[in-house]
Design a protein around this ligand. Structure first.
Ligand code: CMC
Length: 427
């Protein structure tokens, strides 16, 4: 492409710079469009809009490529750890052993919650959805950690980021414990980030939870696969909330609220609920027919993606992990037979092939999480736990960007034009 693009508005030509990225589509810089032409661009759902400049994560949806700071997700999932990927996302480079040890120690030291927060949980109903609790508790963190809310101070931003990454497993595990009516389990600093989370979730005072290395690795991999994903809806929400100068805890609470939706992070829960609803493989054709029916709003949950139109590289890793975990745990739940059969049928069905609808990461992650023992209501909370590192890294990047402005989209107004108020007696 040339280094500028021409746009003709009302018979007058205007030229706009074309900016190259290091890889991927170039962008047309239309920041001066309104000042020069008095018009806006119209792009509901932002399908053609780059909202920011970012050096964190790159996705090529046609090729099925996902890179964090340049490293392919498959390599990170196979060879790295969630702590290392977190360091990479936050700092830009893979850590040396010393840097990794220091970072891991810092995160470990921040895993405890202010004790007063335990009473906060008791304000919720026992059957509250964990995501409702997560929104509330994370939003409340700013009331507990005032000393890391000055966003103009990079040091405070980093402390808030570390706190959020460290406390999410404790908060998510406590949400689970609260709904199960079991006592909260405190973090243990001698365990890895992931083992600690599993223990806080599944251990009870009467019986210590034995950490299976296959389960620990699968869980760590799920965290890596969900760590960041470019400018998705919840990340964009975090950025938009942060652009007003809101404190980081409030911004992450906003991201959690957005993630909860079934078209986004809520899909893993919706996917497993759907598999349960299907129940047995012989009922799959009925659901496939419903998914294809234009008059039926039903969609196959865990299939399709806004960006990946070839395959979801995270799903490939997750599919393998699912097989490993199911084998190791010897799980025989019929829901897994439904998942396998549904995957097979959909991948060979003309409708799904033509619309490029492949299983996404949420299709398989639900299967693994269920095999590990998580109830479906916890799935999205686990996604939020892992995505927190991406959210804080993106938020830090945005705050450090001198071009950053408050996010303020415009609109195509189609409401009534100006008219005079009519008193109620005359309407
Ligand atoms: N089942 C049946 N048909 C589908 C599905 C599906 N899961 N997804 C898309 N379609 C059809 C859709 O009806 C439309 O058909 P037509 O062109 O005839 O109107 C076509 O495919 C394109 O769909 P779209 O809604 O325009 O595509 P989108 O890019 O806006 O939506 C999506 C992407 C993920 C919201 C959608 O595929 C979906 O709702 N999937 C199910 C929910 C899901 O699994 N979400 C998790 C995404 S991965 C995790 C994450 O990153 O958050």
């Amino acid at each position: 492409m040339s280094d500028s693009a021409k746009l003709s508005v009302a018979g007058k030509d205007h030229e706009y710079p074309v900016l190259p990225g290091s890889v991927g589509p170039e962008v047309i810089d239309i920041r001066k469009l309104y000042a020069q032409t008095g018009t806006f661009t119209y792009d509901p759902g932002f399908t053609s809009t780059a909202s920011c400049e970012s050096g964190l994560t790159y996705i090529d949806g046609d090729q099925g490529i996902l890179l964090h700071r340049g490293y392919p997700i498959s390599q990170l999932a196979e060879k790295s750890s969630f702590m290392e990927v977190s360091y990479l996302l936050l700092n830009g480079e893979l850590p040396t052993q010393d840097e990794l040890d220091t970072f891991t120690r810092t995160i470990t030291r921040h895993t405890m919650l202010h004790e007063q927060l335990a009473t906060f949980y008791r304000g919720f109903r026992r059957d509250a959805h964990p995501m409702a609790i997560m929104c509330g508790v994370i939003g409340a963190l700013s009331a507990f950690y005032h000393d890391s809310t000055d966003i103009s101070d990079p040091q405070q931003r980093m402390i808030a980021s570390h706190r959020l990454i460290a406390k999410m497993p404790t908060i998510a595990a406590m949400a689970y414990k609260y709904s199960a009516g079991q006592p909260f389990v405190y973090p243990r600093n001698d365990l890895s980030y992931t083992a600690n989370f599993l223990r806080m979730t599944f251990s009870v005072p009467a019986e210590e939870y034995e950490i299976d290395p296959v389960v620990e690795q699968a869980m760590d991999r799920i965290f890596i696969l969900h760590a960041d994903h470019e400018q998705n809806a919840s990340t964009s929400t975090v950025r938009l909330a942060g652009s007003s100068g809101a404190n980081p805890f409030a911004c992450i609470a906003a991201g959690i609220a957005c993630l909860w939706g079934p078209a986004h992070g809520g899909a893993n829960e919706a996917a497993l609920n759907m598999l349960h609803e299907i129940g047995t493989p012989d009922r799959i054709p009925e659901y496939i027919a419903r998914a294809k029916d234009k008059d039926d709003p039903f969609r196959l949950m865990g299939f399709g993606h806004r960006v990946y139109k070839n395959y979801d590289p995270r799903a490939k890793v997750m599919q393998k992990t699912a097989a490993e975990v199911l084998k190791k745990l010897g799980v025989t739940d019929p829901v897994f037979d439904v998942a396998r059969e549904l995957e097979h049928i959909a991948l060979n069905d003309e409708y799904f092939i033509e619309k490029k609808l492949y299983p996404n990461v949420d299709f398989y992650s639900g299967v693994v999480l269920s095999a590990i023992g998580f109830p479906t209501s916890m799935f999205t909370a686990l996604f939020a736990l892992a995505r927190t590192v991406g959210w804080v890294a993106q938020w830090n990047e945005m705050i450090s960007d001198p071009a950053q402005k408050i996010g303020r989209p415009r609109q195509l107004y189609t409401g009534p034009t100006q008219r005079d108020y009519v008193p109620v007696a005359k309407r």
